[in-house]
Design a protein around this ligand. Structure first.
Ligand SMILES: *[C@@H]1O[C@H](CO)[C@@H](O)[C@H](O)[C@H]1NC(C)=O
Ligand SMILES: *[C@@H]1O[C@H](CO)[C@@H](O)[C@H](O)[C@H]1NC(C)=O
Ligand SMILES: *[C@@H]1O[C@H](CO)[C@@H](O)[C@H](O)[C@H]1NC(C)=O
Ligand SMILES: *[C@@H]1O[C@H](CO)[C@@H](O)[C@H](O)[C@H]1NC(C)=O
Length: 711
């Protein structure tokens, strides 16, 4: 009977050029027939019927599986032929602008919202209590409206006031700048942040970079458009000042000069391509050297205030990204100090209002939203959809109280059993990759060995950082946060505490590798730790759950893991990335992939997707598929979803595609991936097992005659 039941099982999938699967199928059929005949001969017909029914996969009928099924049914259009357009088969009815990753992140934020809105009582002064209080004061729009512009006016007074509202002291430039940077998180002339050094061993270092401007640089715009941009920005600044009680007639002068400072500063920017062409993306300079080159700023005291408690002196090395910009900026500041001191002061404060507007009342936010919207229209950027207040508040609470919310989220959504199941999945994917490495046709033996070695040393970090989950830790983290008396004050106190915490954690190497919050649905590779980081937020339904059919977990989460793994090795594919490899074979595989992808024309012309992304997609599916077929349990061990009519191996591909589901034509402007339909069809058409399990006739789009092997 064991032999009978192996009908569902296919042996390990070889590389695309290898095994075709016919011989085995025939063998099984013959064995089946023989068994049937002998069954009949023995007269035990009943037994064979029992065997037949028993051989099908079990159905997963847990509530989680029903939810998953509902999602699959809602997005797929099963009237489409899977062999010609699998994307529509799986995603044809998908709606909304967001990708499945964005949708999952939003769902995770919804879970945090439910946690933050549930009644609870926490020890006074604890991190939990502060997080709840902060969230509640963020949601308390009535109190925020009632306070109006008062809290902001108070901040301006602390900075020495400004001429617009009367009652001001002349500008002490260095003091004001240092306060803006350290107390109000505002960087009017340059940005300074602590991040790993661009080159190994990636030690944290203070980096100085161009600032972010509210308006796009003049040189990037047509003159007419730029004039409109300036007009919109002028309206915005005028409105701000009016909201702050300034005289609208006097305001215009200040607003105009602020715009002219911004516009001159942005003319100093060197585009990234130019920096690249000059071969210098950054300079290493000491504070002292920078002081000589850009003397208008008191660098040491500004940086000391901003990066406290980090000890800094004049010989501190800094990474400077655009030295020319800083020199010109310094000249401009000196010139303004001589001629237009008051205007420089109001420029700095007007910029601050923009930075703080998320913590202000609805009129300030609305002004900002309108400005953003107008600028997007003028520069033809796709609009960013407005988010509900609760989501903004969850995000802010998450930024300021990350360890606390991480602990809440993990407790709710990432149990130890989920984690160990996910670890097992990752191990299976890694194994399959290491096995595959032996058969990569363009790799020489030594590179293969090195790659296998690197792969075996690769770490995985899952769920949330360990430190975040220690409750006593989360409690101590926020000792310096003072909440109240109004939301703006709470916001500023949290922002300061966060920066000090970041500085402290950067000085301890163990905290480094978590760049995303545990509830976000995105994975990444941390070069510094040689680790793939998979936050708890990613390992959630519909991508992963221990109770899902394994086909779903391998197809969805498994292929995501495999893609992250491949990113580590992608540089080998670049020109010069592997001098000892067979460059002809690699070039051949590359051309093959280009031809494969060219078979899928896209609405709106062909898309020259990035080679590395396509190679990673194709490789990831192959690895996940191999891992899944190597670990197929007997047919009774595999489950599938009810009502879909898909066998486990078919479900695997459906789940792979499901990850990419997104309404057609709704790609975000910044998305560097291939369009979703191509990310489904490219890899599927390169996978013989897909054609086999869906019985695609030869020559249909998803069963082409040629296949390529990159990984
Ligand atoms: C499903 O696909 C069929 C065939 O391509 C098409 O006619 C139909 O409009 C699709 N349904 C939806 C809801 O998109
Ligand atoms: C920046 O300063 C340099 C040296 O003073 C000068 O030659 C250059 O023209 C300035 N750049 C701009 C865009 O003003
Ligand atoms: C800021 O401080 C530096 C260093 O002390 C000084 O050279 C510079 O003139 C000051 N800047 C202004 C605008 O006063
Ligand atoms: C500056 O700081 C560095 C590292 O903190 C230290 O090694 C060095 O001795 C200090 N230099 C001076 C002149 O104090």
């Amino acid at each position: 009977m064991g032999a009978l039941c192996s009908q569902e099982r296919s042996p390990e999938e070889g590389p695309p050029t290898g095994w075709r699967g016919r011989g085995w199928g025939a063998l099984v059929r013959r064995a089946l027939l023989a068994a049937l005949l002998s069954g009949l001969l023995l007269g035990s017909f009943v037994l064979s019927v029992y065997v037949f029914r028993g051989c099908g996969p079990r159905l997963c009928e847990t509530p989680r599986c029903w939810d998953l099924l509902a999602g699959y049914l809602a997005s797929g259009n099963t009237t489409v032929a899977p062999c010609s357009d699998f994307f529509s088969f799986a995603c044809g009815k998908a709606k909304g602008d967001s990708s499945s990753f964005q949708a999952l992140t939003e769902a995770n934020k919804g879970r945090l919202r439910r946690i933050l809105e549930a009644p609870g009582s926490w020890p006074p002064g604890s991190g939990e209590e502060k997080a709840f209080q902060f969230y509640n004061s963020c949601m308390d729009t009535r109190a925020i409206e009632a306070a109006g512009a008062g809290p902001l006016r108070q901040v301006i007074q602390e900075l020495g006031g400004w001429q617009i509202s009367g009652n001001w002291t002349p500008l002490d430039f260095n003091r004001t700048l240092s306060l803006l940077m350290s107390q109000y998180d505002h960087f009017p002339f340059f940005r300074a942040y602590l991040q790993p050094h661009p080159t190994p061993p990636h030690r944290p270092v203070i980096q100085i970079d161009q600032p972010e401007f509210d308006i796009p640089p003049k040189q990037d715009q047509e003159q007419q458009i730029y004039a409109q941009i300036v007009r919109e920005y002028l309206n915005y600044l005028t409105l701000l000042v009016t909201l702050l009680g300034g005289d609208p007639v006097k305001v215009e002068n200040y607003a105009f000069s602020s715009i002219s400072i911004t516009s001159r500063l942005s003319q100093f920017l060197r585009p990234l391509e130019q920096q690249q062409a000059q071969g210098k993306l950054f300079h290493m300079v000491t504070v002292e050297q920078l002081q000589e080159m850009a003397p208008a700023i008191d660098w040491l005291s500004c940086l000391q205030a901003t990066f406290a408690p980090m000890p800094l002196n004049r010989s501190q090395p800094l990474v400077v990204h655009d030295l020319e910009y800083l020199k010109n900026m310094s000249q401009l500041v000196e010139e303004q100090m001589l001629n237009n001191r008051d205007l420089l002061q109001s420029h700095m404060i007007l910029g601050l209002v923009g930075t703080l507007s998320p913590a202000l009342g609805s009129q300030f936010q609305e002004a900002r939203r309108r400005l953003t919207q107008k600028l997007q229209e003028l520069t033809e950027q796709p609009p960013v959809p407005a988010r509900p207040r609760w989501m903004e508040c969850v995000e802010k609470t998450g930024t300021f109280f990350r360890p606390t919310l991480a602990a809440f989220f993990v407790r709710e959504a990432f149990s130890p059993s989920t984690q160990s199941a996910a670890m097992e999945l990752f191990a299976a994917i890694k194994d399959a990759f290491v096995t595959r490495l032996r058969r990569v046709p363009w790799m020489d033996e030594q590179t293969q060995k090195q790659a296998q070695d690197r792969a075996s040393r690769l770490q995985v970090k899952m769920g949330a950082p360990e430190w975040a989950l220690k409750p006593e830790q989360a409690r101590q983290e926020y000792a310096d946060i003072q909440l109240g008396p109004n939301f703006l004050r709470s916001f500023l106190s949290c922002a300061r505490s966060l920066r000090a915490r970041n500085v402290r954690s950067f000085l301890q190497p163990s905290h480094r590798s978590w760049q995303v919050s545990p509830w976000e649905a995105s994975a990444y590779y941390s070069v510094a730790d040689h680790a793939v980081v998979l936050p708890a937020g990613l390992l959630q339904p519909p991508f992963f759950h221990p109770s899902f059919p394994r086909a779903v977990n391998f197809g969805a989460a498994g292929s995501i893991m495999a893609r992250e793994l491949l990113r580590v090795f992608s540089p080998l594919l670049l020109p010069g990335g592997c001098p000892s490899c067979d460059s002809q074979a690699l070039q051949g595989a590359r051309l093959c992939l280009e031809r494969l992808y060219a078979a899928f024309p896209l609405p709106g012309g062909t898309f020259s997707g990035t080679f590395l992304e396509s190679a990673a997609d194709v490789g990831a599916l192959a690895i996940a598929q191999q891992a899944y077929s190597q670990r197929l349990h007997g047919p009774r061990g595999e489950t599938t979803l009810p009502d879909l009519g898909l066998r486990p191996q078919q479900l695997f591909f459906h789940s792979y595609a499901q990850v990419m589901c997104q309404a057609l034509g709704s790609r975000a402007a910044l998305d560097t991936h291939n369009p979703p339909a191509l990310r489904v069809h490219g890899p599927l058409s390169n996978t013989p097992a897909f054609a086999r399990h869906f019985r695609c006739p030869h020559g249909t789009p998803l069963n082409p005659s040629n296949r390529c092997q990159l990984w």
